[in-house]
Design a protein around this ligand. Sequence first.
Ligand SMILES: Cc1cc2nc3c(=O)[nH]c(=O)nc-3n(C[C@H](O)[C@H](O)[C@H](O)COP(=O)(O)OP(=O)(O)OC[C@H]3O[C@@H](n4cnc5c(N)ncnc54)[C@H](O)[C@@H]3O)c2cc1C
Length: 389
Amino acid sequence: MDSRTVALIRTTFKAVAAEDGGSEKLARSFYAILFTQYPQVRDFFPAALDAQRDRLVKAIAYCVDRLEDPDRLLPFLAQLGRDHRKYGVVAEHYAAVGQSLKSALEAYAGTELWTDEISRAWDEGITVIAETMITAADQETTPPVWTGTVIEHREVLRNLAIVRLALDQPIQYAAGQYMSVQIPSRPRMWRYLSPAIPANAAGELEFHIRGVTGGWVSPAMVGHTRVGEQWLIGSPLGGLGVPRNTRRKMLMVGCGTGIAPLRAQLMAMTARRSNPKVDLFVGGHYPCDLYDLDVLSQLACANKWLTVTPVTESDENPWWHFDSTEEPIDLPGLQPRQIGQIGKIVAGHGNWDDRDVQIVGSPSMVQTTKFRLMAAGTPTGNIRHDPLF
Ligand SMILES: Cc1cc2nc3c(=O)[nH]c(=O)nc-3n(C[C@H](O)[C@H](O)[C@H](O)COP(=O)(O)OP(=O)(O)OC[C@H]3O[C@@H](n4cnc5c(N)ncnc54)[C@H](O)[C@@H]3O)c2cc1C
């Protein structure tokens, strides 16, 4: 795609989505056109579309921002295509989505902005996206979806659970990747979760799940999961992971359940003969939020290349927290706990300009930490994180 085509796509999208409430209007219009003109695709989507709308616009923005970087965009689209096999989508569904998106954009751009050249630019962009996804899906030989039986569900915090599953067949993924998951009580509401352990031949998976207040799915995963129920799992996604022959030192920053894909990578690294130095900062609001310190302490004690520093915003547990066994504050192998905002603490330790950096957590935590590190001198190109949608 040439730079003029990319510029035309970007300009129209920004003009439409940047307007006050523009993203919401675009998404509403897109779904209205799609379901009216192609009613057969309605069943692929959940009944309530509020969370879906937000994700759609963020996903388009993510692609639009990377149109000039095919080395990153095309593998992402290929993964998405493989993942979309779980819906049973075929080429005609991609055409329906592409046409509806174009119609919605045209309606909001207005006749002044929407020219024939812009229309052709969008055709080209949509074709690249659809063809990359369709080709990757067609070439894939793994199952479109795996079934996992819940074998353990443990609430480790008031609003955070560890769920272990046994899959019907093993799934191959790189430690650090994530996958879409559907639970029986929330049909068609797929949500991304990151395995907290590396892939294994027995097909065991472990997820760490925080219940988001007001969320459709995560509170049910945390509060109502029963041993024996069956979850559906889509193809692995994402580009986090440790390069095979890396000598470059690493910095990992994780908050809350963001620790899951990082500890999966650390566990995978323990099986390698040599590893670069890794600094892991693990954050939470209160000391009691650091639910996985036992495992991190064991990893740090057994591996000299790993330094783990706990960070909390508050020095004290909240008044409602009660633990008769008392907090294990000084676990072996860990650095002393730091108090403060995690991005600020990490950036205060140096500019990390010689490191491969991974940041995992809520969208706001990722953005703030990235900003702090960049301000401290970490090159932007060295910082990796998952898409924030
Ligand atoms: C790449 C990736 C990996 C992920 N891995 C994990 C994981 O391992 N464990 C895990 O618990 N979650 C993980 N998530 C988040 C998860 O996919 C859901 O987004 C989250 O559980 C909320 O789903 P929900 O249906 O409960 O909320 P929704 O009904 O989708 O959203 C309800 C409201 O909550 C807001 N919201 C959604 N997510 C968050 C959040 N993280 N923080 C603050 N507000 C939010 C939404 O903007 C919306 O306003 C991951 C997300 C991504 C993108």
